[in-house]
Design a protein around this ligand. Structure first.
Ligand SMILES: Cc1cc2nc3c(=O)[nH]c(=O)nc-3n(C[C@H](O)[C@H](O)[C@H](O)COP(=O)(O)OP(=O)(O)OC[C@H]3O[C@@H](n4cnc5c(N)ncnc54)[C@H](O)[C@@H]3O)c2cc1C
Ligand code: FES
Length: 385
């Protein structure tokens, strides 16, 4: 046989030998691969065992949980990334992502800052039940909502609503503590003055550092409040920013913030593709989305047969993932926003409504896979997990 050019490459005989042994025995045998895998596992662990070292009351409805690693090692993260907590509450195994609000340059703990959601399963549990010393299990840091020096401009326009402040807090803390050459204009909207998270900290940063500009916006201000009132509008942003040149836009918060502020930013001439958006979970009212079938009511119930598993009931306006978890069917999940594809399931029969814009891979779409965290049953279904 003619000698291939690859046979001249350094290390070729070792790799060829390893492939031969792997084919015979299965698995990987090279110590180089094993040590690389070990290194990758350290940086991107599946699970981290955390201990709650402190609980800080931020507002009447929000607390920061300070989490330390039980094995004294926390993987590094980029300011803006999140961890998913894996929990069992009332017999339901579930997960929720929370942005890390502490700065990545300190490696001793992750802070997550949790706001209470009315009737919310996990936020109420974290705020009311979790105590100092408790153990929590999380994913490694994940997500794409961070400053990328290759893409983004050094002047960041950050638009936050409610608990959407958390990734920006991590970014601002890092900028200040590491002396990064970046300027932040933070527009932070809340319903009432009491709802503002980290208000005193951000004010302090803005007073001391000329590269941090803070523009709080409150819908229903209390007496004596001196900041902007109402919503984060195009007019307000234009008054503060003067122009949109050489600026990158970031937005994070509940669905209402995206619905209102994205068109305002686009009206200023910023194309949507240039606005970096954080995910914030499945929307509260899926029936408002384009393409939702008019014939399907809010409380319609369908049957979902899981191949080699149980037959469960699922409400049309509840994500399939939530229905499966409530019926004690385990499905892996991370972002719960349609982005990471961890929760994909294959629909063998029946129809789901999948939120528009969900990045399902072409091959997945072809073979009937959907992201169950943002897929809703609109007929009886048969699925494979
Ligand atoms: C990347 C990312 C980062 C995040 N970071 C943060 C953060 O830093 N801080 C923070 O506080 N949150 C953050 N979140 C949101 C967080 O993950 C949770 O979604 C939030 O805490 C609510 O969870 P919950 O279990 O309390 O509410 P859920 O139980 O999930 O309920 C959420 C809402 O849905 C409604 N609902 C529940 N069940 C149904 C049903 N069957 N049908 C219809 N409606 C229903 C509830 O009434 C409630 O209004 C983040 C989300 C993402 C995706
Ligand atoms: S959990 Fe990430 S896509 Fe569903």
């Amino acid at each position: 046989m003619r000698k291939g050019i690859w046979q001249e490459f350094d290390g070729y005989p070792d790799i060829a030998e390893e492939i031969k042994v792997s084919r015979k025995l299965g698995g990987t045998v090279s110590s180089a691969v094993a040590s690389a895998e070990e290194y990758i596992r350290q940086l991107h662990p599946d699970r981290i065992e955390l201990s709650v070292s402190d609980i800080i009351e931020e507002t009447p409805s929000t607390k920061t949980l300070r989490l330390v690693s039980k094995n004294n090692y926390l993987p590094p993260f980029l300011a803006g990334q999140y961890i998913a907590l894996f929990l069992e509450i009332g017999g339901i195994r579930t997960s929720r992502p929370y942005s890390i609000s502490s700065q990545p340059n300190q490696t001793g703990f992750y802070d997550i800052t949790v706001r209470r959601v009315e009737n919310g399963l996990v936020s109420n549990y974290l705020l009311d039940e979790v105590k100092r010393g408790d153990t929590l299990i999380s994913s490694g840091p994940a997500g794409n909502f961070y400053f990328n020096p290759l893409i983004h401009k050094k002047t960041m326009v950050c638009i936050a609503g409610g608990s959407g402040i958390t990734p920006f807090m991590s970014m601002m803390r890092e900028i200040i503590e590491c002396g990064l050459d970046r300027t932040v204009y933070l527009f932070y909207g809340n319903k009432t003055t009491d709802d503002v998270i980290f208000g005193a900290d951000i004010n302090r940063l803005a007073r001391r550092f000329e590269n941090i500009h803070y523009i709080p916006v409150v819908e229903e201000p209390s007496d004596g409040y001196g900041g902007a009132c109402g919503f984060i509008t195009r007019n307000l942003m234009q008054t503060v920013l003067a122009d949109i040149e050489d600026k990158s836009f970031f937005i994070c918060g509940p669905q209402g913030l995206y619905d209102f502020c994205l068109p305002q930013v686009e009206d200023m001439g910023v194309p949507k593709r240039k606005i970096k958006q954080e995910m914030y979970g499945a929307p509260p009212n899926v029936r408002d989305y384009p393409g939702w079938p008019d014939t399907i009511g809010r409380d319609d119930i369908f049957t979902v047969k899981v191949t080699n598993g149980p037959r469960i009931e699922a409400c049309a306006t509840e994500p399939l993932l939530v229905a499966l978890e409530k019926s004690h069917v385990a499905v892996p999940s991370l972002c719960r926003s349609g982005d990471c594809s961890m929760c994909r399931v294959k629909v063998m029969a029946g129809k789901v409504y999948q939120l528009p814009g969900v990045p399902v891979r072409k091959s997945d779409r072809q073979f009937g896979y959907v992201h169950s965290c943002v897929a809703y049953p609109i007929s009886d279904l048969e699925i494979i997990i």
